[in-house]
Design a protein around this ligand. Structure first.
Ligand SMILES: [Fe+2]
Ligand SMILES: [Fe+2]
Length: 223
C-alpha cells in the first residue's frame, strides 16, 4: 500500500470519498473493501498500484449522476478529472476508464483488460453477511412496492443466482486463488438455500428493529 502516491491518495480521500457518504450499500465500507481487493490483485499480477487505487476509488462514483448507468458515468468522471492527469498518461486514463465502465459483476462478456477483470472480481462480496446486508438494502431501495421479507428474499436470491456461470460457480474473471477460496466458501453457504434464508431473515429482522430499514428508504441514496 506504500506504493501509492501520497498526494494522489490525499486528493482522493478529500475530494472523492466524502461523495460516498450518502450511500449505504455503496458507502465507504464497500469502497474500502474494493480498494483492498484491488491492491491485493495488483500486487499479485504486478499491476500499477496507483491505477488500481484510482479504479477502486472511482468505480461507483457515477451513482452521484445516474443510478441506472453508474458505471458509464463513473468512467466519464474519471476521464475528466484534471487532477489525475498529473499522475497518469492518456493511455493509463483510458485503461482506468474502461475498468470502471465494465465493472458490473453480472456481465457475461470477457472484460477488455486485466484491470477490468480485477475490479469486477474485487467488487464481489464473498463474505455472506456483507453480501446479504448490501443486497437486502438494494432490494428495499429498488422495489419499494415489495413489502414482505419473502418477496425481498426471492428477489435477492434469484438475482444473485444469475451470477452463477456455466460451470456452476459464481463467476470470477481472474480466478485468483485467494478469491477462489473466498468464493468457494461463500458459495457453499449461499447455495444451502435454507441456511442462506435464515441469514437473510436475521438481517431483515435486525434492520427492521433498529431503524436502518427506515433510513435506507428515507435517507440513503443508493439505487
Ligand atoms: Fe457498481
Ligand atoms: Fe461497487
Amino acid at each position: 500500500m506504500d506504493a501509492i502516491n501520497a498526494q494522489l491518495k490525499e486528493y482522493i480521500e478529500k475530494s472523492i470519498f466524502p461523495k460516498y457518504n450518502k450511500y449505504y450499500s455503496h458507502g465507504m465500507i464497500h469502497i474500502n473493501s474494493v480498494i483492498n481487493n484491488m491492491l491485493m490483485l495488483a500486487n499479485y499480477y504486478n499491476l500499477d498500484q496507483n491505477m488500481a487505487y484510482v479504479i477502486a476509488s472511482y468505480h461507483d462514483i457515477g451513482l452521484n449522476v445516474n443510478r441506472e448507468n453508474h458505471e458509464y458515468e463513473s468512467g466519464k468522471i474519471l476521464e475528466s478529472e484534471i487532477e489525475l492527469k498529473k499522475y497518469f498518461t492518456p493511455e493509463q486514463i483510458e485503461v482506468m476508464k474502461q475498468a470502471v465502465e465494465d465493472h458490473r459483476g453480472s456481465r457475461k462478456i470477457r472484460p477488455r483488460n486485466i484491470y477490468v477483470e480485477c475490479v469486477s472480481d474485487s467488487d464481489r462480496d464473498f463474505d455472506i453477511k456483507i453480501h446479504i446486508k448490501r443486497q437486502i438494502s438494494t432490494s428495499i431501495k429498488n422495489y419499494p412496492q415489495k413489502k414482505s421479507f419473502d418477496e425481498h428474499f426471492k428477489n435477492c436470491y434469484e438475482y444473485a443466482c444469475e451470477r452463477i456461470n456455466d460451470n456452476g460457480k459464481f463467476n470470477l474473471w481472474t480466478n485468483n486463488p485467494i478469491l477462489v477460496e473466498r468464493r468457494d466458501n461463500f458459495q457453499k453457504d449461499f447455495l444451502n438455500k435454507e441456511y442462506a434464508k435464515l441469514l437473510y431473515k436475521e438481517e431483515w429482522d435486525r434492520i427492521s428493529a433498529d431503524g436502518t430499514k427506515e433510513k435506507i428508504i428515507n435517507f440513503y441514496e443508493d439505487y
